[in-house]
Structures are given as structure tokens and as C-alpha cells.
Design a protein around this ligand. Structure first.
Ligand code: HEC
Ligand code: HEC
Length: 319
């Protein structure tokens, strides 16, 4: 499970820069539903097609959770949209696009009976998995700028989950990833985050190791630069989605008021998109409550102001 999770987290990360653009845009759409039209709404984002592509990518339930509810038969119906260019049966011919038998888990832009992939897709490296397929099918050009797949993308998150489940059923049969924790409240069968990290006392040294997963986007030392994500020095106890040397937070995270405490950090790290739909943090989340507790202890050890180990009043939980 944790291997699988790492793969997913890795690919989520890989697509992060692309999804960043998408998610900040979707944050604006999100606001537009409820409030007046934000002034910044019309800005252009490189790689995102003006029409067609699914721009609300990050404001949706994580793929792990959608897969748990997906239906391969419905996915076969969605696949009608792909058939002009793709065969899927074993030994099927390549057409405008490559044959897709057993594509989930296979090398990205590789093999497929010598199909002539674009340099763009060939350049991605790694293997297709549920998360990368979800990103690819949301908006192929945003995933691989310069791809030959001239298909706008599937805007419906459910359609994507259904078709991915269908693809997986054709020669791949990879085990489905466990649903991510924040939605485990709605679907507790997942087993992830059964124990809230706030009821645990984390270990900062172990948390430093967990933080390796965050480093591609976050610095943590005092005065460290913002990167894809904000510098996290003294984040524990600090305001949610504010300050951080002028980091451009998503509207989704800014809409959360108050300060980070053990409980909110735990929720956030269990499922960023569930905590703040439309967040720019394209990270699937930490399914393991112990890892969350550890990394929270580590964050707190870096200039944080929280007293950990004490049960928060709201939860009323003993430690
Ligand atoms: C208009 C033609 C067209 C349509 C429609 C289309 N594709 Fe593609 N697809 C392609 C082409 C061309 C490529 C090769 C892309 C490249 O090399 O950049 C491709 C590549 C892929 C790959 C990567 C294969 C690999 O081995 O790396 C997957 C997966 C895929 N398509 C899935 C789908 C699915 C699922 C649909 C329907 C929802 C779909 N495609 C619709 C043309 C199409
Ligand atoms: C793929 C890049 C990426 C990864 C990996 C990542 N983050 Fe983030 N993080 C972000 C971005 C982007 C934001 C800003 C989110 C927003 O504005 O919606 C953020 C925001 C945060 C915040 C809120 C900061 C604030 O000032 O409110 C915390 C806390 C945080 N991340 C912790 C972590 C931890 C801990 C990990 C690892 C377990 C992690 N992140 C992994 C990109 C990432």
C-alpha cells in the first residue's frame, strides 16, 4: 500500500507544475460560483487550452476516491470517444494513437509496437499509473505540451475514473489505490487515518524523513525561499494561507481562516484537496496517521508555536 502510495505521490508531484496552473484557475472558478466575478479571472495560463480542457482539475475528489466508486462498464462507454484513434484489445493495431492494451503500469510514451510517440510524451519518463492517467486525460496538452494526442480532455472527473478503471481492466489489472484519508470519514472502509494524528504524539526525527516527500515544493529553514509551495518555517501556529513572504496562495486556502493547529494540519495533510477544494498543493496526502503526526511534530520543531501531545479541546480526545 505504501509503495503504491509513493508512486501516486511521486506522479502527483511530477504533474504538479502543470496542475498548479490548473488549480489556481479552478480556484477562481470556484469563487465565481459564490461571489462576484474575480478581477483576475481571465488571465492566460500557458499550456491550458482556452476551450475544451478540464480546467477544474484540482477542485475534484482525489482519483483514489473516485476509483473506489468507478464503473468499468461506464468506462467502456466513455471509451467510445477514444476509439477513433485507439484500439484497446490485445494485439490491436496502432492507428492515429497507439494500441492501449495493458497501458496502465506500462512506460509512458514507450513501446506499443514501435508507435511513433511525440518527443513531448517520450520525454516524460516513468510509468503510467492511476494518478498520471487522470492528469493526462484531464488535459493532454497541459500534461505533455506538444503531445500528438489532439483530444481536449475529459472534463468529468467521474468519466475519467470510469475510463481509467476500464483501461486497467484491459491487461493491466493493477490493484486500486486506497482512498485518501480526508474522505475516509465518508467511506471509512479505507482504513486510512482511522486514528487521527492529533491523538498521537509525533516524533520529529521520523517526521524529518517524511518531510522528504515535501521538499520538492517546500523549504523549511528560517528565511528559506518559496518554491512551488511556500517556505514552512514556523508554520505550526501561524495563519492559514497568509503571509509567507507574499506567496500567492490559492483562493481556496485563503478562504480558510484562523491559524494552523495540530488538528487542521492533520486534516490538511491527510487530503489537501479535501481540506481546501481548489488548493494549489497537488499532493495526494499522507494516508498514514503516524506519518502525519511525525511530520507535524517536525514542522512544529522548526519555529512552531504549538504544544503538541495535549488533546485539543474541540476533539476532546485523550492522547
Ligand atoms: C484524435 C485522436 C485521439 C483521441 C480521440 C484520443 N487519443 Fe489518446 N493518443 C492519441 C495519440 C496521437 C497519442 C500519442 C501521443 C503522443 O505521442 O504525444 C495518444 C496517446 C495516449 C496514451 C498514452 C499511451 C502510451 O503508451 O504512453 C493514452 C493512455 C491515451 N492516449 C488514452 C486515451 C484515452 C483514454 C482517450 C479517450 C478518452 C484518448 N486517448 C483519446 C490520439 C488520440
Ligand atoms: C507538489 C508540491 C507540494 C508538495 C509535494 C507538498 N506541498 Fe505543501 N503546499 C504546496 C503549495 C502549492 C501550497 C499552497 C497551497 C494553496 O495556496 O492552496 C502548499 C501549502 C502548504 C501548507 C500551508 C502553508 C500556509 O502558509 O498556509 C502546509 C502546512 C504545507 N503545504 C505542508 C506540506 C507538507 C508537510 C508536505 C509533505 C508531507 C507538503 N506540503 C507537500 C505544494 C506542495
Amino acid at each position: 500500500m505504501s509503495d503504491n502510495f509513493n508512486t501516486i505521490a511521486g506522479w502527483t508531484l511530477f504533474g504538479g507544475i502543470v496542475a498548479l496552473g490548473l488549480s489556481s484557475l479552478s480556484g477562481h472558478y470556484f469563487l465565481a460560483d459564490k461571489h462576484e466575478r474575480p478581477e483576475t479571472m481571465g488571465y492566460a495560463i500557458a499550456g491550458v487550452e482556452a476551450a475544451g480542457g478540464a480546467t477544474a482539475a484540482a477542485a475534484v475528489e482525489p482519483i483514489e476516491n473516485r476509483l473506489a466508486k468507478a464503473d468499468a462498464a461506464k468506462g467502456e462507454a466513455v471509451f467510445a470517444k477514444c476509439k477513433a484513434c485507439h484500439t484497446i484489445d490485445q494485439g490491436g493495431a496502432n492507428g492515429i494513437g497507439p494500441n492501449l492494451w495493458a497501458v496502465n503500469g506500462d512506460g509512458i510514451g514507450l513501446g506499443r509496437g514501435g508507435y511513433a510517440f511525440s518527443d513531448s510524451l517520450k520525454g516524460k519518463g516513468g510509468k503510467w499509473d492511476f494518478a498520471s492517467l487522470d492528469q493526462w486525460l484531464t488535459n493532454p496538452k497541459a500534461y505533455a505540451d506538444g503531445t500528438k494526442m489532439s483530444f481536449a480532455g475529459l472534463t468529468s472527473p467521474e468519466d475519467r475514473a470510469n475510463v481509467i478503471l476500464y483501461l486497467n481492466s484491459k491487461g493491466s489489472n493493477l490493484p486500486l489505490p486506497a482512498p485518501v484519508a480526508a474522505s475516509a470519514a465518508a467511506a471509512p472502509a479505507a482504513g486510512a487515518a482511522a486514528t487521527p494524528a492529533v491523538a498521537m504524539v509525533g516524533d520529529a526525527a521520523s517526521g524529518e524523513k517524511v518531510f522528504a516527500k515535501c521538499k520538492s515544493c517546500h523549504s523549511i529553514d528560517q528565511g528559506g525561499a518559496n518554491g512551488i509551495g511556500p517556505n514552512l518555517y514556523a508554520i505550526a501556529g501561524d495563519a492559514i494561507g497568509e503571509g509567507r513572504g507574499g506567496f500567492a496562495f490559492s483562493d481556496a486556502l485563503k478562504a480558510h481562516k484562523g491559524n494552523w493547529d495540530a488538528a487542521t494540519l492533520d486534516q490538511w495533510l491527510a487530503g489537501p484537496a479535501a481540506f481546501a477544494a481548489g488548493t494549489k498543493m497537488t499532493f495526494a496526502g499522507l494516508t498514514d496517521a503516524k506519518q502525519r503526526a511525525d511530520v507535524i511534530a517536525y514542522l512544529n520543531s522548526k519555529g512552531g508555536k504549538l504544544t503538541l501531545g495535549a488533546a485539543p479541546a474541540a476533539a476532546g480526545a485523550a492522547k
